[in-house]
Design a protein around this ligand. Structure first.
Ligand code: NZQ
Ligand code: ZN
Length: 385
C-alpha cells in the first residue's frame, strides 16, 4: 500500500424524512441562498420541504442550474450572493447543482478573477462560503468530496477544480428523493458510481486489501441493486444501497494508498464538452474500450475483478479479464446506458476534434502509468465506434 493522508469533514445525514434536519444543521441567523436545477426540485415538492425546514431564516432562491453546470450561469449566482448579502448556500439537486454551488461558494469569497479558480484547478483557494446539500440524484459523490466540475462554455471545456475549502459541511441523503428520477438518470448514476470505483481499482495491485474489498463491495452492490431500482423505482432498500454506494465511490476512501487511473473520465469530459453526451454515457462508451486497450497492463486486477465481482472461476487470467470486460459492457447496457459512439449518432469524424481537445487541455499523459498518450486515446476512441 502507498503512503496516504485521508481527510473528510462532511457530515452525512441519511434516511427518509431527514430534510427536516435542516432546521438544526444551518445556523438560525443565516442568510441562505437555495440553489437548484431545472424543474425537478420544485415539481416533486423538495423545494417546499426545504423552505419549510428553513423556517424563519432569510432565504433567496437561485434556479436554472443546468446539467453540466456552466461558468456563465454560476457567475450570475455569485452576483446574486453579493446583492442579497448571502452567507450560507444550500444545494438542492444532483451533482450538477452541488458542483455549481461549490463554485459559487469559492468564487463569492475569492479576491481575484473567478475564472482563475477553474484555470488554476482551485490551487489558490483559501476559503469558501459554508454550504450544505440536499441530494436528489445519487451518482457523482460530489455530496461528500472536494471536487467540482464546471463547463466553461466559451471554450467548450469541462474544467475541474479541487479544494478542501469546498467540502460540503453536510449532505442530506434521503433515498425517497431519488424515486422520481427518470430511468435514464438512474442508469447514469449507476454507471458513474461504477466507473468512479474502477478508476481507483482497475489499475495494478499494491496489496491494499481494505481498499480493494471495499471497492469490490461497492461494485457488487451496484450490480445487485441497480437492476432492482430500474425495475421498481420505489424500492427503498435498493435506493438506499445505491445512494450510499455512490457516495462511498468518490469520497476519497477507496482511493487512499492506491494507484488511480481517471483516463476514462478525462476522455469522457471532452465527449460531453464537444457533443453533449451525458457524463455517464461518455464513461459507458470509453471504459470498456480503455480496458481492452490496456488489458495486459491491467490484467492482474481485471482477473481479481472477474473473480470477486463477477464470480468467475473458469479460465486463466487473460480469459477472465476478457470476460470481465464483456460483463461490464453488458451491465451498462442492461441499465440502459449505451456503450458505442454510434449509439449517440457519432462516427469516426468525431475523433480528430476529440484528440485536438485532449491536446489543447494537456491530456496527453493519462492513466495510472501516465502512458495513455494521444495515440492511445485515439485507439480507445476507435475501439468505441
Ligand atoms: O434540472 P432538474 O430539473 O433538477 O433535472 C435534473 C437533471 O436534468 C434531474 N434530476 C435530479 N434529481 C432528480 C431529477 N429528476 C427527477 N427526480 C429527481 N430527484 O437529473 C438531471 C441530471 O442531473 P445532474 O445533476 O446533471 O446529474 P449528476 O448527478 O449525474 O451530475 C452530473 C455532473 O456532475 C459532474 C459531471 O461532470 C456533471 O457535470 N461530476 C462531478 C463529480 C464530482 N464533483 O466529484 C465527479 C463526476 O465524475 C462528475 O464529473
Ligand atoms: Zn464521474
Amino acid at each position: 500500500m502507498n503512503n496516504f493522508e485521508f481527510y473528510n469533514p462532511t457530515r452525512i445525514v441519511f434516511g427518509q424524512g431527514q430534510i427536516s434536519r435542516l432546521s438544526t444543521l444551518i445556523p438560525e441567523d443565516a442568510n441562505v441562498m437555495v440553489l437548484y436545477g431545472g424543474e425537478s426540485a420544485r415539481k416533486f415538492g423538495t423545494l417546499d420541504e426545504v423552505e419549510a425546514a428553513l423556517g424563519d431564516r432569510k432565504v433567496s432562491l437561485f434556479g436554472g442550474i443546468e446539467a453540466n453546470p456552466k461558468y456563465e450561469t454560476m457567475i450570475k449566482a455569485v452576483e446574486q450572493v453579493k446583492n442579497e448579502g448571502t452567507d450560507y448556500l444550500l444545494a438542492v439537486g444532483g451533482g450538477s447543482v452541488v458542483d455549481g454551488t461549490k463554485f459559487v461558494a469559492a468564487a463569492s469569497l475569492y479576491d481575484g478573477e473567478p475564472l482563475d479558480i477553474l484555470k488554476t484547478g482551485g490551487a489558490k483557494l483559501k476559503e469558501a462560503m459554508p454550504f450544505g446539500a440536499v441530494l436528489t440524484l445519487s451518482a457523482t459523490g460530489s455530496e461528500m468530496n472536494k471536487v467540482s466540475v464546471i463547463t466553461y462554455d466559451a471554450a467548450q471545456a469541462k474544467m475541474a477544480f479541487i479544494s478542501e475549502t469546498v467540502f460540503p459541511q453536510f449532505s442530506i441523503l434521503d433515498p425517497v428523493k431519488t424515486f422520481t428520477l427518470p430511468p435514464r438518470q438512474v442508469g447514469n448514476g449507476i454507471v458513474d458510481a461504477f466507473v468512479h470505483v474502477t478508476e481507483q481499482y482497475l489499475t495494478y495491485p499494491v496489496n491494499a486489501k481494505v481498499q480493494d474489498r471495499f471497492a469490490e463491495g461497492i461494485l457488487q452492490t451496484l450490480v445487485e441493486d441497480g437492476p432492482k431500482a430500474m425495475a421498481n423505482p420505489e424500492d427503498y432498500e435498493a435506493r438506499s444501497n445505491l445512494m450510499w454506494a455512490a457516495t462511498q465511490a468518490l469520497n476519497g476512501l477507496i482511493g487512499t494508498g492506491v494507484p488511480q487511473d481517471w483516463a476514462t473520465h478525462m476522455i469522457g469530459h471532452e465527449l460531453t464538452a464537444l457533443y453533449g453526451l451525458d457524463h455517464a454515457q461518455t464513461l459507458a462508451v470509453i471504459l470498456p474500450s480503455l480496458l481492452e486497450e490496456k488489458q495486459q497492463q491491467k490484467q492482474a486486477k481485471l482477473a481479481q475483478f472477474a473473480e470477486r465481482v463477477w464470480g468467475m472461476t473458469e479460465g486463466d487470467d487473460a480469459e477472465k479479464a476478457t470476460q470481465a470486460i464483456i460483463k461490464t459492457r453488458e451491465f451498462f447496457e442492461s441499465v440502459g446506458v449505451k456503450t458505442r459512439l454510434g449509439d449517440y449518432q457519432l462516427d469516426a469524424t468525431c475523433i480528430d476534434p476529440l484528440v485536438q481537445h485532449l491536446t489543447d487541455h494537456k491530456m496527453t499523459h493519462l492513466g495510472e502509468h501516465q502512458d495513455i498518450d494521444l495515440d492511445s486515446s485515439r485507439r480507445i476512441l476507435n475501439r468505441s465506434l
